[in-house]
Design a binder for this molecule. Structure first.
Ligand code: EPU
Length: 341
């Protein structure tokens, strides 16, 4: 296991911003993870686990700790019934390759999450989701190194406190666990409607008669390429803001002024309002400031054209948050995690 020193984090995050980490180490196995944490504890160094870096924002000052690159591999069918197949996946697997393999095996449950950048181990952290599916729907358990008890533990889905783009891993137990592998329960049945609205629209517009897993994958990849910049070409972190969750009275108040406001009822009685719509309606689509830009094709995305540091990002973020608040009375929140001491 190599430990490197003074590594720039720019190349390790898709937003391509930020400073150096004092140490960086690659973990290929659970054993690597355990020994890294034990050594870090002796030296009193914090550890930040990084997957693909597609949902992480780094600060400019040196991170006085260890960035752990999780490269634990594996894709293994561990059990099956007539209807379902359980697959155990190493946390360091590239998420989209996992989706591709599952589709290749005829397994349904994650195909709408095609094209999401990042690793399998990062997926539960913010309960990734797209086009009507989220990881909480298929994850049954995961194994993680628990830095509090210095043991490897199994955590079941109902212990993860999954909600919209959230879990214990980025909320109340932030920094405690390093996810080693995840187990998904996928279905042998073919996908069935109803499909997510934009997916259905694509199916109709392209006159697709027979929908199967591969058709959904291609559709999602095409829809995404229209709305989300390819991180290899334009630095970004996907959706930069979470969608807004508001009470019913607030939605009704907004509807009096904006009758066309898109909204989705949540199971907890609140309503989700697309933040992309709020930013767009506030006139900020294509807005440029501090070397950053609100993406023309999707106002929820911030693109880094020539920003030189975290402060540039923070500056445009504060401008957008303030303008949206002044117009709608909603305080929008950043979605990507931050790597800082
Ligand atoms: N909209 C606008 N203007 C914009 C952008 C969006 O009016 O500039 C409107 C759209 O017309 C639509 C609504 O906002 O009515 C929602 O847009 P969309 O369906 O594209 O999805 P989203 O809510 O913006 C979420 C996820 C994405 C995920 C898509 C598809 C979050 C923060 N984002 O975006 O996830 O791919 O749904 O399911 O939940 C990510 O998390 O990084 C991400 C890309």
């Amino acid at each position: 296991m190599d430990v490197m020193t003074n590594i720039s984090l720019k190349q390790y995050t898709t937003m391509k911003l930020g400073g150096e980490t004092r140490y960086m180490a690659t973990a290929d196995s659970a054993g690597d993870v355990v020994s890294l944490y034990r050594n870090a504890r002796k030296e009193n160094l914090p550890i930040f686990v990084l997957g693909g870096g597609s949902n992480v924002i780094t600060h400019d000052e040196v991170f006085e700790g260890i960035v752990l690159l999780n490269k634990i591999k594996g894709f293994e069918v561990i059990s099956e019934t007539d209807e379902t197949t359980d697959v155990k996946i190493g946390a360091g697997e590239v998420w989209d390759e996992v989706v591709e393999k599952a589709i290749g095996l005829g397994l349904q449950g994650i195909e709408a999450m095609s094209g999401i950048p990042g690793t399998a181990g990062a997926a539960p952290v913010q309960n990734v989701g797209a086009y009507g599916q989220e990881i909480a729907d298929t994850l049954i358990s995961l194994e993680a190194y628990d830095s509090k008890t210095d043991t490897i533990v199994t955590i079941y889905a109902d212990e993860c406190d999954f909600s919209y783009r959230n879990s214990i891993f980025r909320d109340k137990e932030k920094g405690r666990y390093c996810i080693l592998n995840i187990t998904l329960r996928l279905n042998k049945a073919e996908p069935k409607p109803p499909y997510y609205a934009s997916l259905q629209r694509y199916i109709d517009e392209n006159d697709i008669r027979e929908v199967n897993l591969s058709v959904i994958r291609v559709a999602v990849l095409n829809i995404r390429s229209e709305k989300l910049p390819d991180p290899a070409e334009l630095p970004s972190a996907g959706s930069f803001f979470k969608n807004a969750l508001v009470e019913k009275w607030k939605l009704e108040e907004l509807q009096r002024e904006y009758s066309d406001i898109p909204n989705y009822a949540m199971s907890d009685g609140r309503y989700k309002i697309p933040t992309g719509w709020l930013i767009d309606k506030a006139g900020l689509r294509g807005y440029r400031s501090h070397g950053m830009r609100v993406y023309e094709k999707n106002a929820l995305v911030l693109v880094n054209d020539s920003a030189t540091g975290y402060d540039d990002l923070a500056a445009i973020r504060e401008e957008i948050v303030q303008i949206v608040f002044d117009k709608f009375g909603i305080k929008i929140e950043q979605e990507p995690l931050e790597l800082s001491r």
